[in-house]
Design a protein. Structure first.
Length: 430
């Protein structure tokens, strides 16, 4: 959090950031942030990402700083397949994030390379995505530049921490530089072409991007054509929305029968027809020596054993880490838990704090417990006796994993991720 207006920072090579880190290289400057390779007094190297809070009007700076703090907390995921967060800080009122530095080369330099172990690479990308998704996160910017290959040939996903609201960060990235054609648009799922109509970002966004990357690794090309000019981009979008990807490129590929079914299910324009779970992709791959390497004592896998009941763990949102133990908050004897934005006009058993976004409806969702089958259900919307149709759906939808649910209800079990606006809740046993 900041107390004063953020001051402009123009760090260059050899400058010292926060009296701790010397800039060795300026890596990237964008509309929202800057990235540097830095070194500390002990000679340890890091990647430092600085949010350019001074570019935000003062009245919004505190809200953006809070959002950045929540994002950093939610992205502290201990995984062998994700670039680790080391620490965070603040310089001249601007938040920054420090991640590990590993000598590596981006995957973009290996497209269709004989030096690349394709199956190993694909599996490790999927392991990283699975760790993110199980932790209630969506990468949003998966592309070959954000997939690193270390000196030992190991895959690390990076740039999954998004300063500012994830939805607005995407919107700004794709809409603010209209004069230029960003090559990363090729990895954008079709549902994001009209991003202003949606705010709930789901794992199937990453699965689509993975499909584009897989096609590129197999063929050296993009699935829907080149992107150089604005005209190319318009044509690319049209083909993507029509599922018209270049299948002919794989006609003579020796492993066509392995990769075609995966590509068909990843590159679907309709997110509802896409593979929704990383494990479903892994199940389609042949076994080899590339097995998942788990870190000790991590919290990626949700507690599945149920002794007292289930709880909702806030994985992303204003109250990261907060736990809602459903049997303890359920108003007996109704066995119904209403969920919505914290407002005075509507009472909800479970009130979700939403200080940095405005995507949650006052009557957003309803959780019900069936004591005869010992089953929990979640429905989109709530009963409103004053409404014409009585049952009122939420404005932005309720999702379990990547599936949009209706008022009919959806069973929830440990490991499920519930998305309500920009908030992610993981179902866990306790």
């Amino acid at each position: 959090m900041i107390s004063n207006t953020a001051q402009r920072c123009d760090f260059r090579i050899h400058d010292i950031i926060d009296n701790k880190y010397r800039v060795e290289r300026v890596l990237e400057t964008s509309l929202n942030n800057q990235k540097f390779k830095v070194i500390d007094s002990e000679g340890k190297e890091y990647i430092l990402k600085l949010i350019k809070l001074w570019e935000v009007e003062p009245s919004k700076q505190q809200r953006i700083a809070l959002s950045a703090d929540n994002e950093i907390k939610s992205c502290r995921i201990d995984s062998n397949y994700l670039a680790r967060i080391i620490k965070s800080g603040n310089v001249n009122g601007n938040p920054y994030l420090l991640t590990e530095y590993r000598r590596s080369i981006p995957l973009s330099q290996y497209s269709r390379s004989n030096k690349l172990d394709l199956l190993k690479t694909v599996k490790e990308i999927l392991y990283g995505l699975r760790d993110l998704h199980k932790s209630g996160k969506v990468h949003c910017f998966l592309n070959p530049e954000n997939i690193l290959i270390t000196e030992g040939g190991h895959i690390l996903l990076t740039n999954y921490v998004i300063f500012g609201e994830r939805y607005k960060a995407l919107f700004n990235t794709y809409k603010s530089h209209s004069r230029f054609i960003d090559k990363n648009l090729a990895y954008q799922a079709p549902e994001l072409y009209r991003l202003e109509r949606s705010c709930t970002l789901l794992p199937v966004i990453d699965i689509y991007a993975f499909g584009v990357i897989l096609f590129q690794l197999l063929t050296g090309e993009l699935p829907f054509g080149k992107i150089v000019t604005e005209s190319d981009w318009i044509h690319y979008q049209s083909r993507a929305k029509s599922d018209d990807w270049n299948r002919n490129c794989l006609v003579r590929h020796e492993e066509r029968d392995l990769w075609m079914p995966i590509l068909e299910q990843c590159l679907s324009a309709d997110s509802g027809n896409r593979i929704k779970n990383i494990d479903d992709i892994l199940d389609l791959l042949p076994e080899n020596e590339t097995i998942y390497q788990e870190t000790p004592n991590n919290q990626i896998k949700a507690q599945s054993s149920i002794t007292n009941g289930i709880m909702l763990h806030v994985m992303q949102g204003d109250e990261v880490g907060k736990l809602y133990r459903l049997p303890e908050i359920m108003p007996f004897p109704k066995r119904i838990i209403t969920i919505g934005r914290a407002v005075n006009s509507v009472f909800n058993v479970l009130e979700l704090s939403e200080k940095t976004t405005s995507y949650i409806s006052r009557r957003h969702s309803t959780i019900e417990f069936d004591d005869e089958t010992d089953t929990w259900y979640i429905r989109d919307g709530q009963w409103d006796n004053n409404a014409k149709k009585k049952w009122v759906r939420s404005l932005n939808g309720t999702y379990v994993n990547s599936e949009k649910i209706s008022e009919e209800g959806h069973i929830i079990v440990p490991g499920d991720i519930i998305s309500i606006g920009d908030i992610k809740l993981r179902v866990e046993g306790y």
